[in-house]
Design a binder for this molecule. Structure first.
Ligand SMILES: C[S@@+](CC[C@H](N)C(=O)[O-])C[C@H]1O[C@@H](n2cnc3c(N)ncnc32)[C@H](O)[C@@H]1O
Length: 302
């Protein structure tokens, strides 16, 4: 069969489930993965014959898309912050809003380095011995996307990544190797962690924050296939992770240390109030590209 003919079948079979543009995207992603051909290659050679093995792969992917299995799980891979990541059903598929969080953290580190550099210049390096080496921890690392993207973009940092799920940690370890970075992995339940033996300059977390009552707002493909351990919290204790991580941060942040969270869009003000009440200052809420409250940062001034 020619690729053009198969593309038509593929589209027809999925049209009642997905928007047209998304189907096109699926097809191009699969074609790149199976045949190593991109969009332009296809346009130039629409009558290309697909061999039997490739056709089988397309049919198997099509059957999975019909069951609404996310394309990233079908491919076993995704991209985050310009890097390649393995994903499977044990880890949340990294989201674009989390890329915004990573960008915010990196910008913060850059301006902090500039500040330290200028302070060093002012004091002519005589009195200050502060180094720019940072201790960073990512709590609830999942695929490792936050920790790994930070490791790739921040030099002179020691990075830890923690998760309760050993299966998620296996994926995160694989991804650290894939991207050639060194991360210290911790298998822990953060809700039952009293203290860390290390002090951190940055604590970052995208913890579970979707209330059970928000389930009806969630797409079928997320609800059916992404790990609920990564997503949901009890309705009556929606900020449980923020509360616990903020308490740990008070004990485990270095001087001028900062806390960064991805947050539930409905809890911007509540999360801010929680941090304020615990003594955090310089609190900033930030919206994602859809104008929803999505991130917060705070400092604990010792
Ligand atoms: C929203 S996901 C974030 C995954 C990844 N950091 C990302 O941004 O795509 C939350 C993660 O927290 C982990 N998690 C859930 N409960 C936890 C707990 N009690 N202690 C530590 N990690 C937990 C889940 O396994 C999941 O990987």
């Amino acid at each position: 069969m020619t690729i053009k003919k198969f593309k038509n079948i593929f589209k027809k079979e999925l049209l009642n489930l997905y928007p047209k543009q998304e189907i096109d995207n699926f097809f191009y992603l699969l074609t790149y993965s199976f045949l190593n051909l991109n969009r332009i290659d296809l346009a130039l050679d629409p009558n290309l014959e697909i061999v039997f093995e490739a056709e089988q792969k397309y049919h198997s992917a099509l059957a999975k898309l019909k069951k609404e299995i996310p394309i990233q799980y079908i491919l076993g891979a995704t991209e985050f912050y310009g890097l390649n990541f393995k994903v499977d059903a044990n880890v949340l598929i990294p989201r674009p809003e989390t890329e915004e969080l990573v960008k915010w953290v990196i910008e913060g580190v850059e301006s902090r380095k500039l500040k330290v550099k200028s302070e060093k210049l002012i004091t002519n390096n005589k009195f200050r011995t502060q180094t720019t080496n940072l201790n960073i921890i990512d709590i609830g690392t999942g695929s490792g996307c936050i920790a790994i993207a930070l490791a790739k973009n921040i030099s002179n940092a020691t990075i830890w990544a923690l998760d309760i799920s050993d299966k998620a940690l296996e994926v995160a370890k694989y991804n650290a190797k894939l991207n050639g970075v060194d991360i210290q992995f911790l298998h822990k339940d953060i809700l039952n962690t009293k203290k860390f033996s290390v002090k951190f300059d940055l604590i970052i977390s995208n913890p579970p924050y979707v209330r059970e009552l928000e389930k009806h707002e969630i797409n079928n493909n997320v609800l059916q296939y992404e790990p609920h351990l990564a997503l949901f919290v009890k309705n009556e204790n929606a900020l449980i992770f923020y509360d616990k991580i903020a308490d740990l941060a008070k004990k485990n942040l270095n001087k001028n240390g900062q806390l960064y969270f991805e947050i539930n869009q409905y809890f911007g003000n509540e999360t801010k109030a929680l941090l304020l009440k615990k003594g955090f200052r310089n609190i900033a809420l930030k919206k994602d590209i859809f104008k929803n409250d999505r991130m917060i940062k705070a400092a604990y001034l010792l």
